[in-house]
Design a binder for this molecule. Sequence first.
Ligand code: ADP
Ligand code: MG
Length: 249
Amino acid sequence: MNKELLKINHLAKRYHDKQGEIEAIQNITLSIKEKEFVAIVGPSGCGKSTLLSILTGLEEKSEGTITSTHSNLSFGYMLQKDSLFPWLTILDNCLIGLKVQGNLTDEKRKEVIQLLKKYGLEEFKDKYPKSLSGGMRQRVALIRTLATNPDILLLDEPFSSLDYISRLKLSDDIYQIIKEEGKTAIIVTHDIQEAIALADRVIVLTQRPATIKKEYKIHLTDKSTPFQNRKCKEFNDYYDAIWRDLNET
Ligand code: ADP
Ligand code: MG
């Protein structure tokens, strides 16, 4: 079994605004292993994005600890909207993270071009985001996230701005890229099927304040691509169980 990469212990988050205190996360304890693909599902507004924001350091935690076996564990964050810069070419968009870090070398640039090539985007490298479909833009966003070679990828509802067919296709593409690049990934979503189709493990959160309600290791006979996984015989049992978890009060 792969070794543990990240450990979250008794994490809590309270926001403070003019209306008072909002408790977003309560007592989340969770560990993630190397190369694991973990999905976190929970109702809208329960605290999923908050959890990812704390991991990347965009938000401060109120309580708890986040530790790693890795010194300087790095995160790559991919959002719901691709947030590509419209005035930059596809290649420059993919290089922006490296530039900001001051790590852009000729070698890195070549590696990124190689990634674009490998995943069928090379011919668009000098084009602008507006000439790409939503699914392609999200693939570019993933390559941009991979360019800085983060230890863990955090995906925040990466498919939710797309139509149904595109999201099925993009799930397969994103899954393939993450597996081929040997990455550890955490995806948050409110889509139960997406979670089961993609992940090795599904963590179910409660309504806000989010706590862990249940955890499922996903064992699918004939596990293959996310699209094909939806046809596995165990798929509906997981779906029903998680649906029940999410709809119990
Ligand atoms: P999810 O991603 O599961 O939809 P969020 O993590 O975005 O949920 O939000 C959880 C709760 O925290 C919501 O009630 C939201 O309104 C609140 N919240 C999120 N960000 C802030 C903030 N910066 N200040 C105050 N409240 C916030
Ligand atoms: Mg969110």
